[in-house]
Write a protein that binds this ligand. Structure first.
Ligand SMILES: CC(C)(COP(=O)(O)OP(=O)(O)OC[C@H]1O[C@@H](n2cnc3c(N)ncnc32)[C@H](O)[C@@H]1OP(=O)(O)O)[C@@H](O)C(=O)NCCC(=O)NCCS
Length: 333
């Protein structure tokens, strides 16, 4: 009997257009928006971000990350019987980015067409999207409803940014990360923990929506930075403790923390509360900023490819973002 799901392959992709803080500062200065490399680095830890060019969508970034994850798992699209994409920047209002991605994957080779027919859907939990998607996939695998799942976080957040608002436009980037999850007799994922509290919708949102052929409301990202900061550090500690308790483990058992890569100060605060030295935290925020649902699988894949994660190690993923939505996943690599 299958009791667990295991991560058997990871992949990630950043679009080639890379803007350092200096590049962004110069672009913003040309529009009369004043910021600096020093301010961005000191308050956020971000040094660069990647932006897509026109015509490139979340499904395109997801496609590249999935090819890598499948190759790492020595599998093809035809081996996948569940596809979940976490995104808040879908290619279209509908159908889901997962359906669009499924079709792209199905065209990779004659055999790849076998992925058609597998359930494919999006999860929208903003920066907590990847832990939400992984929790859902884990539950479906453990229930026997899937044997091999592709779980993806993919975002083009640059499309949501107001480049006249220096308090938000320096923080985000585009990218994608993916994992292959496989049914297994041994763990694998030990525990998951996801939450939301909709009373905080206004803290971090993109209020606009499509209405009668027009956009109603403001279609750019709005954030109360300090409000988000305070809430984030509280719920991240809470979910970390909950997921460890569910698995009967403690802070000191952790080998790696792979946090949502929004801001180095939020990450440092969580690590401090968990009494975890920073050399046990996988960090990629400097290189790609906040890529929302993509940031955790991007950091995870970087850790795997750098040879940091070793078989059997205990790893915690945790994410938090708009909604408010937050959660964590604990697994043995
Ligand atoms: C956004 C954030 C970095 C701002 O840092 P902060 O220390 O709270 O800064 P404040 O908002 O208090 O602003 C301090 C000053 O910096 C200024 N400032 C804001 N953005 C700036 C920028 N890009 N460049 C230069 N100055 C900036 C403000 O205007 C303010 O100036 P004032 O004191 O003259 O009014 C911080 O609140 C944060 O990290 N929040 C969490 C955001 C996040 O992670 N969101 C995603 C969660 S998924």
């Amino acid at each position: 009997m299958t009791l667990f799901s295991r991560i058997v392959g990871t992949g990630s992709y950043l679009p080639p257009r890379r803007l350092t803080n200096a590049d962004l500062v110069a672009e913003l200065a040309a529009k009369g928006v004043e910021t600096s490399d020093e301010w961005i680095v000191e308050r956020t830890g971000i040094q660069a971000r990647h932006f897509v060019v026109d015509g490139v969508n979340s499904s395109d970034l997801a496609f590249e990350a999935c090819k890598q994850a499948l190759a790492a798992a020595h599998l093809g699209p035809q081996d996948i019987d569940l596809l979940i994409v976490a995104t808040s920047t879908p290619d279209m209002v509908f159908p889901s980015t997962a359906c669009i991605l499924q079709h792209k994957l199905s065209q990779l080779s004659p055999q790849a067409a076998g992925i058609a027919g597998a359930p494919a859907f999006d999860v929208q939990a903003v920066c907590a999207g990847f832990v939400y998607a992984l929790s859902v996939a884990d539950a479906m695998v453990r229930a026997g409803n899937a044997r091999r799942a592709l779980v993806v976080g993919a975002e083009v957040f640059s499309r949501l940014l107001d480049f006249n608002d220096r308090t938000t436009c320096v923080l985000f980037g585009d990218g994608a990360g993916a994992v292959v999850l496989e049914a297994s007799d041994t763990p694998g994922i030990l525990a998951t923990d996801i939450h939301a509290d909709g009373k905080h919708v206004g803290l971090l949102c993109v209020p606009g929506h499509v209405h009668g052929g027009q956009i109603l409301g403001d279609p750019v990202l709005k954030m109360d930075g300090q409000g988000v900061f305070k809430l984030a550090v509280g719920v991240l500690e809470e979910t970390a403790r909950t997921v460890l308790a569910k698995a009967g483990l403690q802070d000191s058992d952790l080998d790696w923390l792979v946090p949502h890569q929004a801001n180095i100060r939020i990450i440092q605060s969580t690590a401090r509360k968990m009494k975890l030295p920073m050399d046990k935290v996988l960090l990629t925020v400097a290189e790609h900023g906040n890529t929302s649902a993509a940031s955790i699988p991007l950091a995870l894949d970087a850790g795997v490819r750098a040879g940091k994660l070793q078989a059997g190690q205990l790893v915690m993923l945790e994410g938090v973002g708009g909604g408010f939505a937050w959660g964590s996943v604990l697994f043995r690599y």
